[in-house]
Design a binder for this molecule. Structure first.
Ligand SMILES: [Zn+2]
Length: 212
């Protein structure tokens, strides 16, 4: 806790001066983020850091395994579904990024590589939402035996599964139909901080390049 408190003071004393105007503007005018960024709660994946975004740029949802549940599968109190609707319908973001990552503990648990104990029933039920990813792995990745490689493949498949599930939300369907919303699947490699983007044409994740 001491580290957090020291960090708060360090920010106020050393950094806040650089942001003073921006925070005041955001406070007066409200937020207008351009992107809904859905990623894992993992402490090593920092959306703002890896995209060099400023306050007000990203509307971030972090959950276990960056899973987007199908609209039909969620209860009425699902926070990820609520955040998607808020970002798409009310904030009118132009883009949604789903960003998976390497060495994901949630994916490892989904594949049964890390056990989930009986004292974590919510975690177990949440991961069940991504069980189709586990089935895809069984069916299409039989040739990969290495745990780490299977985990990477599943993390990538989970991004695609979650992208598919975004289409099940009426607000997303509407904005896709009128061309005002774009969806992106990304993968972050922790060791090298590289980002890869899914290319629907080649059906591969390729290094993310600046748009020409
Ligand atoms: Zn993760």
């Amino acid at each position: 806790m001491q580290r957090l408190i020291e960090g708060v003071h360090k920010f106020r004393n050393d950094e806040f001066g650089n942001y003073r105007k921006l925070f005041r503007k955001l406070s007066q005018e409200g937020q207008n983020p351009h992107t809904l960024f859905i990623t894992c709660s993992d402490s090593r994946v920092l959306a703002e850091l890896i995209t060099q975004s400023k306050p007000g740029d990203l509307f971030v949802v972090k959950n276990i395994g960056n899973i987007v549940p199908p609209a039909s599968a969620v209860g009425d109190t699902n926070s990820t579904a609520a955040a998607i609707e808020f970002a798409v319908d009310i904030l009118r973001v132009a883009d949604i990024v789903i960003c998976g990552h390497s060495q994901c503990g949630a994916i490892s648990a989904l594949l049964g590589q890390t056990p989930v104990s009986d004292t974590a029933p919510h975690l177990r039920d949440w991961l069940k939402l991504a069980s189709p990813v586990r089935e895809t792995l069984k069916r299409e990745y039989k040739h990969i035996h290495d745990d780490n490689a299977r985990c990477t493949a599943a993390a990538e498949e989970n991004v695609l599964y979650s992208l598919d599930n975004l289409h099940s939300y009426p607000c997303v369907q509407e904005r896709l139909a009128d061309g005002s919303l774009q969806l992106h699947g990304w993968f972050f490699k922790i060791a090298t901080a590289e980002l890869f983007a899914y290319d629907p044409e080649t059906r591969q994740f390729a290094p993310l390049m600046p748009e020409k």
